[in-house]
Design a protein around this ligand. Structure first.
Ligand code: PEP
Ligand code: MN
Length: 243
C-alpha cells in the first residue's frame, strides 16, 4: 500500500447541538488536519433537518480556536459565504448539488473574490467530469489559490452496492488536468454505509489520493443526517490505525 501521509478531514455530516459538536471534536482533533461540519444541509426531502444554521457558525469559530484545527463548512450561496466570513471561517467546500450549476459556482466565486479562503470542490452529482473541471477553473480564474477536489461518487440508477458510484478512471483526468491540486476521497458519501468505509479508503490510498474525508459523529445513531454512513469517534481512531 502507498505510504504517503494522507490529509485527514473528519467530522459530522451535521450537528443538532453544541454538545454533539464538542463531543465529536474533542475526541478526534489530535488525529485530523481539518474538521468538517455541515451547517446548512441541501436536503432532498423538503421536510428533513436542514442543519443548525447560523448559530452553529459561532460554535465552529470557538472550536477552531480552542483546538487549533481548521474547520471546513459547506457553502451553497453567497449569503452562506458572507455569514461564514463574518465568523472568521476560512475553509469551505462546494457540495455535489452546487457543483452541478455554473451559475451557483460563479456566484460563490464572486463572493470570495479577494479573500484568501481555501475551497474544496466536490464532484457534481452526475458523472460529467467537465462540469467538475469547469467549477475548479472558475475558482482559479477568481484568483483562489488553495483548492482541493473531492471525489464523493456519482449518482447512478444501476448502482447496488454504493450510494454513489466511484469512478476511479475519471479521477485520472482530474489528476492530469490539475496535477497541483490535492485530490481527496470521501468514502462516506460514496458508500452510504459505514461498513464500507475502510475498503473504499484503502482503495483510494492505493490509487494515490492525497487524503480522505470521513464523516464522523460522536453519536451516529442519533444523527439527523447521513446516520447510516457515519462512524463514531472510536471507529474513526480504529480506521486511522488501520490505514
Ligand atoms: C456532505 O458532505 O455532507 C454532503 C452533503 O456532501 P455531498 O455534497 O457530497 O452530497
Ligand atoms: Mn453528509
Amino acid at each position: 500500500m502507498n505510504k504517503k501521509k494522507q490529509l485527514i478531514i473528519a467530522g459530522p455530516c451535521s450537528i443538532s447541538s453544541k454538545k454533539e459538536l464538542n463531543e465529536t471534536i474533542k475526541n478526534i482533533y489530535s488525529e485530523i488536519d481539518f474538521f468538517r461540519c455541515g451547517i446548512w444541509k441541501a436536503r432532498t426531502n423538503a421536510n428533513h433537518f436542514k442543519g443548525i444554521g447560523n448559530k452553529g457558525l459561532k460554535w465552529l469559530s470557538e472550536i477552531e480556536e480552542k483546538y487549533r484545527t481548521p474547520v471546513a463548512i459547506e457553502v451553497g450561496t453567497p449569503k452562506h459565504v458572507e455569514q461564514a466570513l463574518y465568523h472568521d471561517l476560512k475553509v469551505f467546500w462546494i457540495g455535489a448539488r452546487t457543483t452541478v450549476n455554473p451559475f451557483y459556482v460563479q456566484e460563490i466565486c464572486e463572493s470570495i473574490k479577494g479573500t484568501d479562503v481555501e475551497i474544496w470542490v466536490k464532484n457534481p452529482i452526475h458523472p460529467d467530469i467537465n462540469l467538475w473541471i469547469g467549477a475548479i477553473e472558475r475558482l482559479k480564474n477568481t484568483g483562489i489559490k488553495k483548492i482541493k477536489a473531492i471525489h464523493r461518487g456519482f449518482f447512478c440508477m444501476k448502482e447496488r452496492k454504493y450510494r454513489n458510484s466511484p469512478k476511479w478512471n475519471l479521477i485520472k483526468v482530474i489528476k492530469e488536468t490539475f496535477p497541483e491540486l490535492n485530490l481527496i476521497c470521501d468514502p462516506s458519501h460514496i458508500s452510504g454505509d459505514k461498513k464500507l468505509i475502510y475498503s473504499i479508503s484503502k482503495k483510494a490510498i492505493s490509487l494515490n489520493f492525497d487524503g480522505l474525508m470521513i464523516e464522523t459523529h460522536a453519536n451516529p445513531e442519533n444523527a439527523l443526517s447521513d446516520a447510516k454512513q457515519q462512524i463514531n469517534c472510536n471507529e474513526f481512531k480504529e480506521l486511522m490505525r488501520k490505514i
